[in-house]
Design a protein around this ligand. Structure first.
Ligand SMILES: [Zn+2]
Length: 451
């Protein structure tokens, strides 16, 4: 639905998630922006339409800064149209695409231009791009930064695709000095190749075997090294998809010392446990792995204390043939969990069970990732921000049916789970883009560049 520039809508709910917390409010939307947040039930401005949500909660649209869209080049794995439909259906209004698994990977300004041209006609939500720091891009990161990527992703061990090689320790130090020189952000897949090389092999159907092949020490070793370099270089670094709670004290101590390090975790680490993964169930494979229940409890403590700031999907699909090989071998299966459409209910289900509030979920899944990427117009229901909303029926439940997902491949580790929180509607810049799981109209998403 195209909005007239001055169209006024009042979105009313008894449960509006504002930066100050949850309260009954009228959100006054003018065109694409939030003009004001006022007391619930006030007089309507002349000519305004009213959308009364009753007791359904109004959250800021989710900002998912960790999505592998894989287009162009591996479009059979996912794509901008399918991924952003899944996002819209799941309450996500902004995503930032990872630089790898597409071909070309986003490691040069030319490659970024290819990605942008591919995405532009297809996106149902606002979409930005991370760049990649690979050995060949060192020395030239500034040009990609200036082209508008939000930061640079790197690996310290093989990424899983040959066109996106990892950095050695020396190259990581180089990348951090270079990134610090222009005030950029480095986002890191923090698993140490030495620790993983010395761990047992992952081959076979046993989940315990896969888990043992990626021990917590791989994360703590990598993160300790990263923090050391961050202290030395002043580079702002972000730890992607933290799985091992053993690394939390390192991150908390560094943050207390003023080191510019932040961390995210993902719904699968916070809601699924190793104990629940059947042998051969490679839909649960991701790297680093889903760990035991005790580790998960400690991750929630890290979230509550703010050591982990963001919760983002790491949506990383592949074809069913790659994701679920017939022999159920954890070594050869693709690592990645598809949850773009399910992150909000998955997180809310576990958060509410643990005594957290919707305000916490809005902070972890919208405000904090928006802040990480510097998206000042996103992440809050407040005057001046984009009118991006997720309308959630928090106490309603549903059972995850893979056939109802918009992801290109209906493979999910959440199949058959009953979750709390039904996404009733998603609004992008002043108008609905999805209702009750159906995505409305032609793509209205915009491409975002680093401000
Ligand atoms: Zn990822």
């Amino acid at each position: 639905m195209p909005q007239q520039p001055d169209r006024q809508v009042v979105v009313r709910s008894t449960r509006v998630l504002t930066p100050e917390g949850e309260r009954p409010a009228d959100v006054i939307v003018v065109g694409e922006r939030i003009a004001a947040v006022q007391p619930h039930g006030g007089a309507l401005p002349a000519g305004a339409d009213l959308v009364d949500l009753g007791d359904d909660a109004l959250l800021p649209g989710l900002v998912d800064t960790h999505v592998h869209v894989n287009e162009p080049g591996r479009t059979e794995w996912e794509g901008f149209a399918s991924a952003t439909r899944a996002a819209a259906a799941g309450g996500v209004t902004t995503l930032v695409d990872m630089p790898l698994n597409s071909v070309p990977p986003t490691t040069t300004p030319d490659a970024l231009a290819v990605k942008r041209a591919t995405a532009a006609p297809s996106v149902h939500v606002d979409t930005g791009f991370w760049g990649g720091a690979v050995p060949d891009s060192l020395g030239a990161l500034r040009s990609l930064h200036d082209a508008g990527v939000f930061g640079f992703k790197c690996f310290l061990l093989p990424s899983g695709v040959p066109e996106f090689p990892e950095l050695t320790g020396d190259q990581l130090a180089h990348a951090m000095r270079e990134t610090a020189s222009f005030g950029g952000l480095l986002i890191v897949h923090a698993e140490d190749p030495g620790v993983i090389g010395a761990a047992p092999d992952a081959a076979g159907r046993a989940y315990a075997g896969f888990l043992a092949s990626r021990p917590p020490a791989a994360e703590t070793t990598a993160i300790a090294g990263l923090i050391g370099l961050a202290r030395e270089t002043g580079c702002r670094v972000h730890v992607l998809h933290l799985s091992s709670a053993a690394a939390l004290p390192l991150i908390a101590d560094a943050r207390r010392d003023g080191v510019a390090v932040s961390a995210e975790s993902c719904p699968h680490y916070l809601t699924l446990t190793a104990e629940q993964v059947p042998d051969g169930a490679t839909e649960f494979k991701c790297c680093p792995p889903i760990r035991e229940a005790g580790n998960q409890d400690a991750l929630w403590t890290g979230l509550a204390e703010g050591t982990i700031g963001c919760v983002v999907s790491d949506h990383s699909p592949a074809t069913a043939a790659l994701k679920q090989p017939p022999d159920g071998d954890f070594d050869t299966a693709w690592g990645g969990i598809s949850s773009l459409q399910l992150g909000l209910p998955a997180m809310w289900t576990e958060a509410r069970r643990r005594g957290h509030t919707l305000a916490d979920v809005a902070r972890w899944m919208s405000a904090a990732p928006a802040e990480l990427a510097g998206l000042a117009a996103k992440g809050a229901i407040a005057a001046g921000r984009d009118a991006d909303f997720a309308v959630l029926a928090p106490e309603e439940t549903f059972t995850v049916d893979p056939a109802a997902l918009h992801h290109r491949h209906p493979v999910t580790a959440y199949a058959g789970r009953t979750l709390h929180g039904v996404v009733r509607a998603t609004w992008l810049r002043g108008a609905p883009v999805a209702r009750d799981g159906a995505v409305d109209g032609p793509p209205r998403g915009r491409l975002l560049t680093r401000p």
